[in-house]
Design a protein around this ligand. Structure first.
Ligand code: NAG
Ligand code: NAG
Ligand code: NAG
Ligand code: NAG
Length: 437
């Protein structure tokens, strides 16, 4: 009896704790606003222990950047007549932010990784081999359907999909930079984001996975290529969305995703989005220069130039942790920064310009100059502090040397507490300061 009561109490306590933890992380039901949940944050479903220090988290996360960069570079360097890959996400490492989405009728909750450099969406489906335990169950959704090999959409996951003449459902394979891959059925079902309903949304229903770098509850691509959410929901969102990423330090908070033109900031400063026909999902912008303090860093224009053929230029990405510049650009920025801060300097993880935080007040702000828009990075977005020692580091790095990269990537840490507006209808990208958490 005593045991039964104790067990009962224990279960009650357990479920109370669970319920309140769940509630504090519930998505706002606001129509335009969805939570963007840091994968290492309290509201992440992926049972990541509370990090002992956020800068170690950043360093650990940033250690996966080279793989991401290599993936992004391989996309843009693709030869026109090599085997086309399915639009999206090859080398990919779990991702940094997730959003709550419901798929099917009734809706099944999935925490999907947000990726602005991928177009398609996919989720693990019941019976999947190699997937983690949370899976979408198509057979309990009254609106689920698979698509045939003859469906036009099946040719858009080209390369590894079935021939159009084949009978039956459209199956396709995607590889992940050689290390991971999955096998999926092209499907359609209702997708719910907040209170928005997108009927007949095309996505991949994964039935087998190999390798370890596949997001456990799927991926939601916010790129702008052919199978993207933006194109599939054109009538609802008119090709517009924005997000605001929370501070890396804020374990307890989430940012927000706003889909569609309503509620977007007015009078926001913008720069044109550039299109690369060889890599239609990526968001290229024209980065024309970088200032350190008042000094415009000398950079040969050809290092910054957009070149659709080689893939060179600058993109904004939600899957890279720290901003990476091609080596000569990074070196020029770093040298000017060191010149103004005066060391001594040391290294920490990916960061090679760390200095005593007591002299932090002399650290100059970094300004990114784009066509028509300057972005002065808040100090929180250009310096990272060590908790173990009184150090501050310039929170950027060169593209990894083993990647023949021509691409500059503006990454998450530099996007904290800014609203980034992607307006594909007017082909522009806007940035405004906002406290996201
Ligand atoms: C749905 O599919 C799963 C996995 O294939 C199976 O175990 C389950 O029995 C099915 N449920 C129904 C209602 O058909
Ligand atoms: C996908 O890969 C598996 C295993 O390599 C293979 O058996 C299957 O035929 C492939 N399917 C397609 C559509 O390419
Ligand atoms: C979904 O699309 C398919 C193929 O285009 C169509 O046959 C079906 O009627 C659509 N369903 C809804 C609910 O729009
Ligand atoms: C980028 O900006 C530079 C400098 O203003 C300009 O010369 C160049 O044409 C721009 N590139 C594109 C693709 O707009």
């Amino acid at each position: 009896m005593a045991l039964a009561i104790a067990t009962f109490l224990f279960i009650t306590l357990l479920s109370t704790t669970k319920a309140s933890a769940f509630d504090s992380c519930a998505s706002s039901s606001n129509n335009e606003e969805l939570s963007v949940i840091p994968i290492y944050g309290k509201c992440s479903p992926f049972n990541t222990p509370k990090p002992t220090s956020w800068e170690n988290t950043v360093i650990n996360m940033a250690s996966k950047d080279p793989q991401r960069l290599s993936y992004l570079s391989s996309l843009v360097a693709q030869k026109p007549n090599s085997a086309p890959i399915a639009s999206g996400q090859q080398a990919f490492n779990i991702g940094n932010y997730v959003v709550r989405a419901k798929i099917g009728t009734p809706g099944q909750l999935m925490f999907m990784v947000l990726d602005t450099s991928s177009d398609t969406a996919w989720v693990p489906c019941s019976g999947c081999t190699g997937c983690s335990s949370t899976m979408f169950a198509p057979n309990t959704s009254s609106t689920y359907g698979s698509m045939d090999c003859s469906a036009p959409a099946c040719t858009q996951v080209r390369g590894q999909s079935c021939p159009t003449s084949a009978p039956g459902a459209c199956f396709f394979n995607q590889s992940y930079g050689g290390a991971s891959s999955f096998y999926a059925t092209l499907s359609r079902d209702v997708l719910r984001l907040g209170t928005d309903v997108i009927p007949n949304y095309s996505f991949g229903c994964i039935s087998a996975v190999s390798g370890s770098s596949i997001p456990p509850q799927g991926l939601l691509g916010l790129g702008r290529g052919s199978m993207s959410l933006l194109l599939q929901s054109a009538s609802l969102y008119s090709g517009v969305f924005s997000y605001c990423l929370p501070s890396f330090k804020s374990y307890y908070f989430s940012g927000s995703l706003k889909l569609g033109p309503l509620g977007q900031p007015k009078g926001i400063r913008t720069t044109p989005l550039l299109k690369n026909p060889h890599r239609p999902s990526l968001y290229y912008v024209n980065l024309t220069g970088i200032s350190v303090g008042r000094v415009l860093v000398p950079i040969a224009p050809e290092l910054l130039a957009f070149d659709p053929n080689t893939g060179a230029g600058t993109i904004i990405d939600s899957g890279t942790v720290i901003t990476r510049f091609v080596q000569p650009i990074y070196n020029a920025i770093r040298d000017e920064f060191r010149n103004q801060v005066k060391g001594p300097f040391s290294s920490l993880g990916a960061f090679d310009t760390c200095f005593a935080s007591t002299i932090e007040a002399v650290a100059p702000p970094i300004t990114l100059h784009f066509t028509g828009m300057d972005l002065v990075l808040p100090m929180e977005n250009s310096l990272i502090h060590s908790s173990a020692s009184p150090l501050a580091c310039l929170a950027m790095a060169a593209a990894p040397t083993n990647v023949n990269s021509v691409l500059n990537v503006i990454a998450n840490l530099q996007q904290q507490n800014l609203r980034i507006l992607f307006d594909t209808a007017n082909s522009r990208l806007g940035i405004a300061r906002e406290l996201c958490n």
